[in-house]
Design a protein around this ligand. Sequence first.
Ligand code: ADP
Ligand SMILES: O=P(O)(O)O[C@H]1O[C@H](CO)[C@@H](O[C@H]2O[C@H](CO)[C@@H](O)[C@H](O)[C@H]2O)[C@H](O)[C@H]1O
Length: 450
Amino acid sequence: MTTSLQGLLAGWITGQRWFAGKGRAIDDLSIDSEIEIASGDPALLHLIACVRQGERRTRYQIPVGLREHLPDRLGHVRIGTWRRDDGREVEVYDALHDSALTGHLLEGMAADRRFDGLGFHPAHGVEIDTSQRSLVLTAEQSNTSLVYGDTYIFKLFRQLNPGVNPELEIITALADAGSAHVAKPYGWIETELQGEPTTLAIMQEYLQNANEGWSMALTSVRDLYACPEDMPAEDAGGDFAAEAQRLGVATAQVHRELARAFPTGTIEPPEIKRMTERFRRRVDKAVSEVPRLGEHADVAAEAFDRLADLGHEIPVQRVHGDYHLGQVMRTMTDWVVLDFEGEPGQPLAERRALDSPLRDVAGMLRSFEYAARHLLAGHPNAAALEGRAREWSERNRAAFLAGYSEGGGRIRGDDAVLLRALELSKAVYEVVYEARNRPSWLPIPLAAFR
Ligand SMILES: Nc1ncnc2c1ncn2[C@@H]1O[C@H](COP(=O)(O)OP(=O)(O)O)[C@@H](O)[C@H]1O
Ligand SMILES: O=P(O)(O)O[C@H]1O[C@H](CO)[C@@H](O[C@H]2O[C@H](CO)[C@@H](O)[C@H](O)[C@H]2O)[C@H](O)[C@H]1O
């Protein structure tokens, strides 16, 4: 049986990891833009689809492949059979899994090419090797990344909002300034949405032999859990504290580089009050989606009240915005920071706005909590290991903060008030994120309110 392309996509999209509207029915899916990048068999079609769920409309980027016969190796990414206007039936599938098609993206960037409304560009002064073949990364992601050979990583943004993606803007500025903490940009793809240049994908240097902070931290937690109960964390194999401290130093350096490359400012007490009101609205919205959060709302409210009474200005600048252990990689020489695009799903203007660098510090502190508690879920000894989890988290949070100060990051005595409010606001975001994407992880952010 054949269905319209819209119908096929509506049936398929809800099962994708990056689909942001999980748990709510799709009222309508329309195709806003359809551009052929390659014709023939296989063909490559670039689609921008708009999904309506109640009042909410979200745009998604979906490059699809079209083939008369789908080889077995692509069976797992089949979307369905579509009868085209000319009467031909084709198999539609997720094009990013087909290296016969993804080569066109690399060639487009190398040649600074245009396909109707799509602009493909190389970064300034680089030469792109078009012989590299791609593989899709299988990480838990909000976007989809391809690795070409062991040379480039290409990230295609799934949810689209009009505007230049902050990640492109930031990695370009920091790489131009000679930062040791970003992966070099190689190219990007853009279009125009509602009259604004809008980033669709970015390609960067692939960091070979680098380890992700999250998996390094989990290895360390696992080691501690396996140690005798009376052994202090610093004596357990795989202690992470020296790395946490180095990460703190690198974070402070990145903040300094961001402050040099972009405007900075301060926010005054009346604006701080408005910020806490935004935090409160975020809690209300989160409680309506995850009612269990309601029993903890007063903990967050108390932290926001204290921040509203702070009484002095807060320095602000460009920040990372969604900083956690999955966004940092340890290379042979240092920590490199990835994914400067802020919290996916928030409007771009908000994600590019100046903010306190302590937002990133709070994000990373939450991540140490996540790493410490993640392995407790379903662990037969969970109750006994609670204390170990707390010990690991406290030790690494302290080491990270020490490194941050040592690297020149500014933390004053009463910044604890701001940090606590930012941590709880992040935990509220995480409660919604987990409820939508990984319900079994929900106890982790909920524990932040205890
Ligand atoms: N430059 C890079 N080199 C090597 N691996 C990378 C690089 N950039 C990202 N990755 C890997 O891809 C994962 C997801 O990347 P990220 O940019 O955070 O995507 P998303 O925005 O979808 O979460 C990272 O956690 C890391 O494992
Ligand atoms: O990396 P993304 O930009 O996709 O960020 C989203 O997904 C993250 C999970 O992958 C999520 O991070 C949360 O889980 C992490 C462990 O997987 C943990 O280290 C973070 O502290 C926690 O916030 C992130 O919030 C979300 O925006």
